[in-house]
Structures are given as C-alpha cells and as structure tokens.
Design a protein around this ligand. Structure first.
Ligand code: F6R
Length: 238
C-alpha cells in the first residue's frame, strides 16, 4: 500500500491524474475503472487539460464505471452516465462506444448485472481502478452489510449515502434514488492496480479506519487492504 499525502485538492487531483496518465502512456489500450462523485472532478479536469495539450490520448482506452443510480436515464442530469459524459468523456478523444456505465433503466436488472460483469471479463479485466470512498466506507455503491457481494448487483442505498448524496439533489433526500447498480467487490479487487482518492480530513479518517482496522463487510473499503497494488492519494481540508 502506498500513501501519497497531497497539499490540497488541486495537488491531490494532479498527483492522482499523473498516476492515471502514466497508466495510459504505458498501456494505450488500458481498461480504466472510473468513479463519479465530487472527489475525482479535479482529476478529470487535469486529464482533460493534458489531453488537449496532446500529452495523452484516450483513443484506445476503454472505461468501465463503478455504478449508476437505478432508473435514471443517460439523459437525466443526475445520472452518472450524464456526469461522466459532461465531466470527462465529451471533453477528451475517447470513443464513446468504449465507455461503459451500468444501464440502470433496463427491465431485467439481473441480466444487466451479468452482462456488465461479462463485459469487464471480455476486456481482460480492469488495469487501473479509480475509487472514491463514502462516509460510511462504501466503495462504488458496495454498502456496509453482512457480506461482501462479489458480482455486479442491485443495491438499496444506505440512509447515510442518501443523506450524503442529497447535496447533488438540491439538498433533498427525497429526490435521491433509493437504489443503484454497482460493480461488486470481485472486479474491483481483481483490478491490477487501485487508486483511492480522498479529499478532506473527514474522508482521510474514513480511509485510515478502513485501511488499518479489521477487514469487514461493515466497512466495505477495508477489503482494499488485501490488494497488492493500492495507492491512496489524499489531502487535508483547505
Ligand atoms: C461514485 C462512487 C462512490 C463515491 C463516494 C464518494 O461512482 O463510486 O463510491 O466515490 O460516494 O463520493 P464523493 O467523491 O462525492 O465524496
């Protein structure tokens, strides 16, 4: 496990972007596992800037996102597909057909979960998985529970997650979808490299607790301790 303590959010974003950039430079057809949320926005901005300067290309890259809210269409501004298109994909030279986010509007969720896992396997697994962490220790939307769920699955979001994510829905918890489809622990842990980003003192505490305490599904990020190639890039409050 490697810890990189950044000075501030900009520094954290730049350092984490350097790791993603190096991955793509070393393997131009990398499979990148990506995350949404507020933490990686600066990282995406930095990668966009480097791509515009021709320092890096995503032309041969494939991406797989961790999760999507249930029943939010790609056109819905709150969907993670929309977030990724706006914050990253539409601003770089990636081929849209090489970007993947779970299709949560499907009629048959089980089938979609199986399709998503098979799609990741068919691409040879994930080379580098970017991960944010929830206040409750979730990764993707693998919420605290009695067991680690290995496969992509439909999940009931925990009250803490709904509360935390209300900030993206006018502060109204009622508007936050109550379910999501998330990649399971298997493909996260099978990724060749993991990059965990955390911004602010509170998140750093959650990361420390997860990575130094017991490995338990009650703190899903604790499983990351068992990965051979985990890099944590974090920064204190401004
Ligand atoms: C989103 C995801 C979540 C977030 C986590 C932290 O795709 O996988 O696990 O990474 O909820 O979100 P922020 O960065 O908004 O604090």
């Amino acid at each position: 496990m490697k810890w990189i303590m950044a000075r501030d959010y900009t520094d954290m974003s730049r350092k984490a972007a350097n790791i993603v950039s190096a991955q793509v430079l070393l393997k131009e057809d990398s499979v990148l596992g990506l995350a949404t949320g507020s933490t990686p926005i600066g990282l995406y901005k930095q990668l966009i800037a480097w791509q515009h300067k021709d320092d890096i290309s995503f032309d041969k890259v494939t991406t797989v996102n961790l999760d999507e809210y249930r029943n939010l269409s790609p056109e819905d501004p709150q969907s993670y597909r929309h977030f990724m298109n706006e914050q990253f994909f539409s601003q770089i030279d990636i081929r849209m057909e090489n970007t993947n986010v779970p299709n949560s509007c499907c009629a048959d969720v089980m089938r979609e979960c199986l399709r998503y896992d098979a799609m990741i396997e068919n691409r040879g697994g994930i080379d580098l998985q970017l991960i944010g962490i929830g206040n409750n220790g979730h990764i993707g939307f693998n919420e605290p529970g009695e067991a680690f769920i290995m496969e992509t699955h439909l999940v009931d979001l925990s009250p803490t997650t709904i509360k935390a994510n209300a900030r993206f829905f006018d502060g109204d918890e009622q508007k936050v979808p109550k379910q999501a489809i998330t990649m399971g622990i298997k493909h996260i842990m099978q990724a060749k490299r993991l990059l965990l980003v955390a911004s602010g003192n509170a998140k750093m505490e959650v990361v420390k607790k997860a990575l130094s305490g017991p490995v338990t599904p009650r703190v899903p990020a604790s499983i990351l301790q068992l990965h051979k190639d985990l890099t944590v890039v974090c920064c204190p409050d401004a």
